[in-house]
Design a protein around this ligand. Structure first.
Ligand code: SF4
Length: 265
């Protein structure tokens, strides 16, 4: 995968469909026969779905079964991260290095942008949660054991294993710069040996949330407009799941952003 516009489009289209995402999730567990996959996701358009995944270089046919390619495995890897036990302070934590930018993938929400998979070493493990106060907008997710940092339109997710994903990145140069900034910020705290003090949550207003809504004013949420929905969301008079269009593949990054912003309410 070189990240050419044509390849980006192929992967973006392949992963924008829920049936194809289910097939990918099945293949993460183990190789499967076509019959097994059809038994789970249905036979309707199965050949078409498999063709889309194979054309995107995510899946390959091998010895009568289907398997993820190396590229497909990397693509799915960050979904299977495990939380580490949280540490009490930064003692014993070593300064980080950006060891590699492993892959440039299409950003599902915007095919002109990229999703980057990179690696920081040594892995931060249980020290990750302590770093939350270092960033103006960051939250530690207990569920996935990852620190999610919002920097403008970019969402950075650092896993305790050292893997890092960045979404809505314009170029490899921007990815490198963002990762270097991240490394410097974390290393300053590690070198000083200071455990950051928890800080006040940052406030978020409805206009910021509105920016990430579909802006179609479809009223499926029972509100007059997306703007009205944003106001009610901030006022806790409605819930995010009422906006069902956000579950479409092309809005997945927007959904991630809104969920992060709602943590600050
Ligand atoms: S359902 Fe979502 S897209 Fe439709 S009006 Fe409500 S907030 Fe906007």
């Amino acid at each position: 995968m070189t990240g050419s516009p044509a390849e980006v489009k192929l992967v973006s289209n392949a992963m924008a469909n829920i049936t194809r995402r289910k097939i990918m999730a099945m293949l993460v567990e183990r190789n499967r026969t076509k019959e097994e996959i059809g038994g789970s996701v249905g036979q309707s358009m199965l050949d078409y779905h498999l063709q889309m995944l194979q054309q995107a270089g995510l899946v390959q046919s091998k010895d009568d079964s289907l398997t993820l390619t190396d590229f497909g495995k990397n693509f799915m890897e960050t979904k299977a991260e495990k939380p580490a036990e949280v540490k009490r302070d930064l003692s014993g934590t070593k300064p980080l290095q950006v060891v590699e930018i492993r892959q440039l993938l299409p950003c599902i929400a915007d095919s002109t942008k990229f999703r980057i998979i990179a690696r920081l070493e040594p892995a931060l493990g249980g020290a990750l949660k302590l770093l939350e106060p270092l960033f103006p907008r960051a939250r530690y997710s207990e569920k996935i054991g990852a620190l999610i940092i919002q920097k403008g339109n970019i969402l950075i997710t650092i896993y305790s294993t050292g893997n890092v994903t960045l979404t809505m990145i314009r170029s490899e140069a921007e990815a490198k710069e963002t990762l270097e900034d991240l490394k410097e910020t974390i290393n300053r705290a590690i070198v000083k040996g200071i455990t950051p003090v928890p800080r006040e949550k940052v406030k978020v207003d409805h206009a910021e949330i509105y920016e990430y809504l579909p802006k179609s004013n479809c009223q499926l949420c029972s509100e007059q407009s997306c703007y009205a929905f944003a106001i009610k969301l901030v006022g806790r008079e409605t819930t995010l799941d009422r906006c069902t269009p956000l579950l479409e593949g092309k809005y997945l990054t927007n959904l991630e952003h809104i969920r992060t912003l709602l943590e600050y309410l």
